[in-house]
Design a protein around this ligand. Structure first.
Ligand code: FES
Length: 103
């Protein structure tokens, strides 16, 4: 059975924001998509390995600060060039006020 790990409080990430958390040896972006909830993707751009970092979301879309590729934080899908490969997605749940992920 998958093990969920608490990575943040819901109050830490307001709607429209994405925040990087460190979990064991991974960096993960937790995005709070307005009216949809929390999602988690690897903090590792599939274009050239840059960090995606803390940022504002545009809807469910996150932009890599290095060359501007955009990804859907819900699915990891690459939305714009220069990225064509999705980033890794992690399962998320909210228990009380805790955001938990499976890594
Ligand atoms: S490293 Fe992210 S777009 Fe190039």
């Amino acid at each position: 059975m998958a093990e969920f790990i608490t990575v943040a409080k819901t109050s830490d990430i307001p709607p429209g924001q994405a925040v990087v958390v460190d979990v064991e040896d991974l960096s993960i972006v937790i995005g709070h998509v307005e009216d949809e909830g929390f999602f988690a993707i690897a903090d590792l751009c599939s274009h050239d390995g840059g960090p995606l970092g803390d940022c504002d979301l545009q809807g469910a879309s996150i932009e890599c600060p290095r060359h501007g590729a955009r990804f859907d934080v819900r699915t990891g899908a690459a939305l714009t060039m220069p990225a064509i490969v999705p980033v890794e997605v992690y399962q998320v749940r909210v228990v009380g006020d805790e955001i938990q992920v499976v890594i």
